[in-house]
Design a protein around this ligand. Structure first.
Ligand code: FES
Length: 132
């Protein structure tokens, strides 16, 4: 059901620029091996993490802490991209910092808010990060 809602939201974007197939579900938890994603070895570096058809932007914030944010723009729900360590929406050029906070509002009107943040937990023994 959440997937259908996400697809409807994407269709509402209107200009056909959807980027990668990012559909974030808040009801589906994902787990990954941190060591399999080189960018997550460095504190502060964003990585786009695909897992079971879900894309989430993840940043290591400390030895055993991570931040995970949605890849869907809060303006009109287009898929964002990572550009360096900035999250950029191609539809109306909203920019977010690596914490998901808006640093540039969309061009052409309207406003964006911070990207939704997902709960994370990390098991150091198995090097497993669980999101959601
Ligand atoms: S949908 Fe992202 S800037 Fe408009």
């Amino acid at each position: 059901m959440a997937g259908a809602a996400s697809v409807a939201a994407l269709a509402a974007c209107g200009d056909g620029q959807f980027g990668p197939t990012a559909i974030v579900s808040t009801t589906k938890s994902v787990s990954l091996k941190v060591g399999s994603i080189p960018a997550l070895a460095t504190t502060g570096q964003l990585a786009r993490v695909p897992q079971d058809g879900v894309y989430i932007d993840v940043k290591r914030t400390g030895p055993s802490t991570f931040l995970a944010v949605s890849t869907i723009c809060t303006h009109q729900q287009c898929d964002t991209n990572i550009n360096g360590n900035t999250i950029v929406c191609p539809c109306h050029d909203t920019h977010y910092d690596s914490d998901g906070h808006v640093t540039k509002q969309p061009t052409g009107g309207g406003s964006a808010t911070s990207l939704p943040v997902y709960a994370t937990s990390y098991d150091a023994a198995s090097d497993t990060l669980t999101i959601g």
